[in-house]
Structures are given as C-alpha cells and as structure tokens.
Write a protein that binds this ligand. Structure first.
Ligand code: TRH
Length: 404
C-alpha cells in the first residue's frame, strides 16, 4: 500500500492509558511502515500527552511522528459532515463513530473498509469471532471485527518491524543500559541485585509483596512509575506522601519513584528490568516483547469476568513450561489478582509464594524469550492490511480502489 491510502482511527479513552496506547502504536506503525496517511481522532488529549509528550492538549489539529492528530469532540457530531471519510476506517474497541461520518461513508462510491479493532483476550471464543462481518442496519456498509490475539486464528499482536532487533541490541549492550539508567537518575545495577518494574492498579497484596522483598536475601530495586499506586507505597513506608524522585528503603527493598515516561522509553524500562509487573493490555503485550519474566495485573471487571481471561492466557502461556514452574507462576499471578489458587483459602503472597516463584527464574527467563519469538510470527498490522485488501476487493468490485 502507498502513501495515498487514507486511514482514520477513532479512539475514546475509557480510563487509563491502554486505549490510546494501543491506537497510538497502530497509527504510527501504519504511517511509518506502510506509508498510510493516518488521522487519529482522540477524545482525550490529556491522557495522550502522558504517553506522548509531543502532544499539545490545546491543539485540535497537530502532527506527531507522521500522524495527523485530531481532537474528537464527542458532542460535535455534526462537524463530521464536513470530514471526508478515509478509505480505511478503524474504530477502536467499539467506540461509536460519529453518525454524520457514517452517513458520509455510505455515500462514497468506493465504500471504506470499516474495522472494529477489539480488546485483546486469549479466550477460545475470539477465534470464532475474528473477521466476522456486522452489516449496518440501514446503510450499505459492513463493519468487520478484527481481534488481536495470541494464536494463528486471531489477528496477532502489534509489533514494530525492528522492535525485537532493537531490544536485542539494548539487552546485549551494557553501555545502552547504563545510559538508560542514568537518564532515570539510577545507578548501574549491582551484580547480586534484581530490578523490578512495578506498573499495576491499586492492589491489596502490594504491602505483602514489599515486605517479602524487604526480608529476602537478594536486594530488590523496585521502580514505581508515578501513578495511582503511590498512596499505597507511601503507606507502606509510613510516609504522608511520596513523589517522583523519592528513594525509599526497608530491609533489602529499595523503591525508586520514577517519572511516567514516553512510550518508547517505557519499552526500554521493560527491556532493562529482570521482572516486570504490568497491567491492562498494552504494557502486558510490551512485557511479552521484552522477553523478560512478567507478572500481569489484569484490568478488573464486574463479576470477576476478568478471571476467565487471566486463566485463558495462563493456559496458553504455560503450555510449554514444565509443571512445577507453571504451578509457581500461576500461584503468584492468581494471588496478585486476588483469585484463589486451586481453590485454596490462603490468599497471601507469602515469602514462600515468592521464593518458589523466584526459584524458577532461569526457566521463566528462557521461556519469556521463546514466547516472544513464537508470537512474533503473527503480526497484527500485516494481518490487518491483508484482510483490508481482501474485503476491499469483495465489496468494491465495481469501482477502482487504491486499497488493492
Ligand atoms: O493504563 P492501562 O490500565 O489501560 C487499560 C487497559 O488497556 C484496559 O484493557 C482498558 O480497558 C482500560 O485501560 C480502559 O494499562 P495498559 O493497557 O498497560 O496501558 C498503559 C500504557 O501506558 C501503555 O501504552 C504503556 C504506557 N506507559 C508509558 O507510556 N509510560 C510509562 O511510564 C508507563 C508506566 C506506561
């Protein structure tokens, strides 16, 4: 596909950073690697500016990394009557497109290919729904579901062409790591220390985990990005409040509160640490590309429906892991997510839970690298563009479309 192909991505930020995090990666990849003219419509530039400091919250139209960024005023639907629809239209996570925009899509001679990019899940049902059509009730338009996922029957995961090579170069080169740590104001690691990044939602097990680390034999340096768990961290260290730059120590545990960094730099943090605690969707995926052991705090949903998603992912992820290592991983992950492990009453993250997990570090490390290799064969953007060409051919037979 060439530069003349236009693409509109629509993103509403429900909460946190995952929705815009994923859309921003998708937009950049389509523009950089496939030369599409991408317009990204976002309703919350403030969240966007946290992961991309280029963003000026007061600008309704701006450019960053070759992508046109537009503020999407949800209440101003009629403004979209003056917007020419793109050839490829992607709505993220079933956010509702402006009605006047959809009306205009229907009037195009060559109908836009309309994709609903769905949330990531490892559950079996995803394979059955991936690529399903959803005809519009009144217009001659069809929207298609396109799912990210971990198996060949899904759309795969977002992965930039050069990401794994950049990761490998960074992880091999001590100099790159030392420069990275310096930019965060941190010393190079000591030989016996483990470095852990901690990005999670409020978690009642955090104090237990911290006490475990404080009492462990190995020094633990834990990096906490500025965010919603800081009050919990402050309580643990008996401080009224804490802020970026603070260093807190208890026993063998040293916590550094670091700034919330731009997305590219967050990748480097994941590459540089020994274990990454991640959450939601996007940091969870990036931790997998880091090829390092990770612990997932899944986005909590009503009626604990997220537990099914957690189990589905663990089943896939642990399929090639040896039995005892699987047990140790599942025990820690389930407890971290407040789910009882194998129906046991114990809900704590004890020193035992951690030390059993930690005893499998070598196996987890090797597995994490193999897993990232295994996933890298299923590239979301390549799959998406192949699918778009196919749909365009089918729905726009009678007109000359640039999409093919
Ligand atoms: O912020 P999240 O909790 O987002 C969640 C999930 O996406 C969830 O599925 C969705 O339903 C909910 O939002 C509304 O976690 P996630 O997905 O990991 O997104 C965090 C983003 O922030 C990711 O793109 C990485 C980025 N990030 C930085 O850019 N810099 C940082 O310092 C950190 C810690 C994160």
């Amino acid at each position: 596909m060439n530069k003349s192909i236009s693409c509109d991505i629509f993103c509403t930020v429900i909460d946190n950073f995952g929705d815009i995090g994923v859309c921003w990666r998708l937009a950049r990849q389509l523009a950089h690697e496939h030369h599409l003219s991408v317009r990204l419509w976002v309703d919350d530039l403030s969240s966007f500016s946290r992961i991309n400091p280029d963003i000026d919250q007061d600008q309704s139209l701006q450019h960053s990394n070759g992508v046109e960024i537009r503020r999407w005023l949800l209440s101003e639907d009629s403004l979209f009557a003056f917007v020419e629809p793109a050839q490829l239209v992607i709505e993220a996570y079933a956010c509702e497109l402006p009605k006047s925009y959809v009306t205009k899509m229907a009037t195009q001679v060559c109908k836009p290919v309309w994709i609903n990019m769905e949330y990531l899940s490892a559950e079996d049902w995803v394979a059955g729904c991936h690529c399903l059509p959803s005809p519009h009730p009144s217009f001659p338009l069809v929207k298609y579901f396109f799912f990210q996922g971990f198996t060949q029957e899904t759309g795969g995961l977002l992965l930039e062409r050069d990401l794994l090579a950049r990761r490998d170069a960074f992880q091999k080169e001590l100099h790159c790591q030392s420069v990275f740590w310096k930019t965060l104001g941190l010393p190079m690691r000591k030989p016996d220390e483990i470095r852990i990044s901690m990005f999670c939602y409020e978690n009642i097990f955090l104090p237990e985990l911290f006490s475990t680390w404080a009492q462990s034999h190995t020094p633990v340096l834990c990096l906490v990005p500025e965010g919603r768990i800081l009050p919990q961290v402050a309580v643990f260290f008996r401080r009224e409040s804490i802020a970026t730059g603070d260093v807190l120590q208890q026993g063998k545990l040293q916590v550094h509160v670091i700034p919330f960094v731009a997305q590219e730099k967050y990748d480097e943090l994941l590459w540089a640490c020994d274990i990454n605690f991640v959450r939601g969707e996007d940091s969870f995926v990036r931790a997998q590309w880091a090829g390092k052991p990770f612990v997932w705090h899944i986005y909590p949903q009503k009626d604990n429906v997220h537990y099914k998603k957690l189990s589905a992912f663990m089943k896939l992820y642990c399929a090639e892991l040896q039995g005892e290592a699987t047990q140790a991983l599942q025990c820690l992950w389930e407890r971290w997510n407040g789910k009882s492990h194998r129906g046991e009453e114990t809900q704590t993250i004890s020193i035992h839970t951690w030390s059993v997990y930690f005893s499998f570090m070598e196996a987890f490390q090797q597995h994490a690298r193999e897993w990232s290799m295994q996933l890298s064969g299923n590239n979301f953007v390549l799959n998406l563009l192949n699918f778009v060409r196919k749909i365009d051919k089918m729905q726009n037979l009678g007109c000359k479309s640039d999409l093919r």
